[in-house]
Design a protein around this ligand. Sequence first.
Ligand code: ADP
Ligand code: MG
Length: 728
Amino acid sequence: MSTLRFEALKETFNRKPVKIKEPARRSELFGTNVFNEASMKQYLTKEAYENVMEAIKTGKKIDRRVSDHISTGMKEWAINKGATHYTHWFQPLTGATAEKHDAFFETQADGTAIEKFGGGALVQQEPDASSFPSGGIRNTFEARGYTAWDPTSPAFIWGTTLCIPTIFVSYTGEALDYKTPLLRALQAVDQAATSVAKYFDKNVTKVTATLGWEQEYFLIDSALAATRPDLSLAGRTLLGHSPAKGQQLDDHYFGSIPSRVLAYMRDLEIECMKLGIPVKTRHNEVAPNQFELAPIFEEGNLAVDHNSLIMDIMSKIAEKHHFKVILHEKPFAGINGSGKHNNWSLATDTGTNLLSPGSTPMKNLQFLTFFINIIKAVHDNEELLRAAIASASNDHRLGANEAPPAIISAFIGSQLTNVLDELEKVTDGKLSPQEKTELKLNVVGKIPEILLDNTDRNRTSSFAFTGNKFEFRAVGSTANCANPMTVINTIMAKQLNDFKAEVDELIKGKKMKKDDAIFNVLREYIKQSKNIRFEGDGYGEAWEKEAKKRGLSNNRTTPQALKAQVSEKTIALYEQMKVMNKVEIVARHEIELEDYAMRIQIEGRILGDIARNHVIPTAVRYQNILIENVEGLKHIYNEDFKKHSNEQLEIIEEISAHIAKINSGVKAMIEARKVANKIDDAEKRAFAYCDDVRPYFDEIRYHCDKLELLVDDELWPLTKYRELLFTR
Ligand code: ADP
Ligand code: MG
């Protein structure tokens, strides 16, 4: 074994689980590092507290004078908790979170110093934004960006820094982050859903979109990960032969959690408790060294912030445990990839989950209304949903055999399928009293209150109803949930507005009763959106054919999928719902295309480097050993030597052949990159990387992996899959 690999493995064998201390009750820790309602009550004046609460509930602007009081209280709280610095914490379009720490410490004219944090610093800041992607927005408007406090997501302390969640916008108001459009989409769906919910319950004044994400990840020993340039730089392996044992035996899923991993999970969960992230579930996933973490669902904006925060602190806490967290969607070929299921629903301020069936026919009509509207929205906007989850890394997962395909479809289960089939038969126009009674008693009234039937679940659907929520399963594990959540909430808002208009029109124009009108509109929606419903195996080839027949999109690559982001339909939708304007939409599209091309470019460089500087030299070294051996045999056997060295000669030739293929592949890839780099247009460049550069990866990899099987294990420099995946 190469010294590098050997040393790394030796290090891992000496690892012990880190000892974790925790109180008997975790609930005691919950939210202790969050400036939540309880701490606000303690540290703020009554007026300041009421202002913040009002801003959270209604979005009302906080008065400048009051913000000074709030910042002072927040500072006192943070200093008492050991904080020395503060930062605006935001989510630029890089996908990561951003922070720039400033000390509370300030000097005064008389030479002394104090801790200061004014309302201005709380409410607004100007980070040097020029290094964040803006898709040309800042160039066009020659304006700087600023961050502005989002009071709906509470400030928290991480380490010794007070972090204040903020939006990030240009001076002309264009969103430069993920949070701004999400907040607008949440507001749009609140308004639309509230007005529809009022058909059923006059007391509803606010509807909140909820999100419960499930985060999958791999843990690899940090010493081993450090030996792989591909894992370190690209977050995934670009080569490596599959181990003899992978996940064939299905012996990892829900298996007992290894002790070092458990120590890590507990440590992480304790930090999450303090930060108010309500993590609840942990388990082994399907692949070796793959795990999952899930919290109790929360209001959409907060849940998105918590997921962004956790992706960051997962890596930080892993350092202490000598693990590297791999969030990439497909870190190992031939091994299951990672996703991030987004469980989504709508909840009223009267305590009703709008996607949960109820105990009365009226409650169930409300449920069906929201249920059918979301199916219609998904049907009408399937391509936009696909675009929302597109990324270079998620491309490896979508359409591969263990993940949802690149086709969006909705699964609802047999019980609800039957209900929709019955509703489809409802008479056009006014319903007879008998029909209405029949419907209410035998169709709507028959929906059981609890639909959480585990036997009726389809794990291959990209958008599945799971009893009281929809689960968007195609989201990538590295993704910022804001993107898919912005789309779902926007399309639902638009859909509910349209629904309300249609129902009101029937009530007014055709003088129908409210429930007649609702039944009539729902019936049409069921018919119109049938194509998106699919109950079969979403991973099978048959579905691809069927989906094509139905006219559903199957956009396999990111550049292709992203087209839907800038279609006229999308622009009209976002502008109408006031979620994004055209400038913002076009900028985002460009940023994502650039991100795509850049990631493929980086991977190409890494692969070229590994292939030429690690793999080829190692293969040559081994080939030299074989040549020496053949020469020795020649020395012993003279003319007869061939009989004794046939195998060696064969391997020598095989090695040469693979080396030649690798070399020509790398050369051609570099040429393709040069051509792509000269293209100015972001979309054309992304397509060039996708269609002309990326295909070389598989070819180069194939020959490298063959060499891994041929070359003496003693010499092979790269830690092998079996070592990465089965050492813990
Ligand atoms: P699984 O999908 O693994 O079977 P569950 O159905 O229990 O697991 O829930 C998965 C996730 O769904 C959890 O994070 C949970 O908080 C979330 N969830 C449950 N109800 C809702 C809801 N009404 N809105 C959003 N998320 C929800
Ligand atoms: Mg799930």
